[in-house]
Ligand binder design. Sequence first.
Ligand SMILES: [Mn+2]
Length: 272
Amino acid sequence: MIQSAITVSLVEEARGGPFVFWDGIADACEHASNLGFDAIEIFAPSHDTVDRAELKGLLEKFNLNVAAVGTGAGMVKHGLNLTDPDQSRRESAKDFIRQMIDFGGEFNAPAIIGSMQGRWGGDLSRNDALSLLAEALNELGEYAAKKNVPLIYEPLNRYETNLITTIADGVEFLKTLSTKNVKLLADLFHMNIEEADLAEAIRSGRGYIGHVHFVDSNRQATGRGHMDFAPIAAAMIETEFDGYASAEAFPIPDSRTTAEKTIEAFQTYFRS
Ligand SMILES: [Mn+2]
């Protein structure tokens, strides 16, 4: 069954980014729980920012899970990415992600690779960049398997990566990997820019999609843009997607309204 989740950012450098809650894990858990969310998705500066014991206590108290942990702080704070032409920088990027996989794994939550995928250009051809990315995903995917969690790879829109921008291309790319432990993130905001038909794209990802960023066309809460959610939700159900629909949305006009609009849409499309 599809579960609901909402994002919390603990990364000051990401202020203004598409995360709903900004005032710490305890605040996010309390609000998420009050509104009936199943889980929180955590965007943290590093693997050791969050006190594990405190987080376990909060999850129990508020009856929540961790849906996923983001790795973008490796890029935002340290400029690290998996297709850096410099091998030692690539190794640092992988170390950063392995530590996030460890952190998430403690809570049965996968790590997400979005901006950490980098981009091709300069002396690095697209093919060479994709080879580096494949090598990294094979290694990190198998590492995640040992923690019993998948690794989530996110195609982004053309303004954020030039590697893989559609679900269909993401599926073809995953088929070339030796690991079977990498799943795709279907982010509806990125898809709204890149896909001809969002529902059809979800269908093309059948069996390969492990996580959904559930947001509207303008990256605001569901219902605050012009996305037609009915066919998208129907495709998610039809393809037996059973991961999280997580609100990676701007807190516009504020966090509370964003959370309320999200859970309202979630109930409408997945629980009625
Ligand atoms: Mn996303």
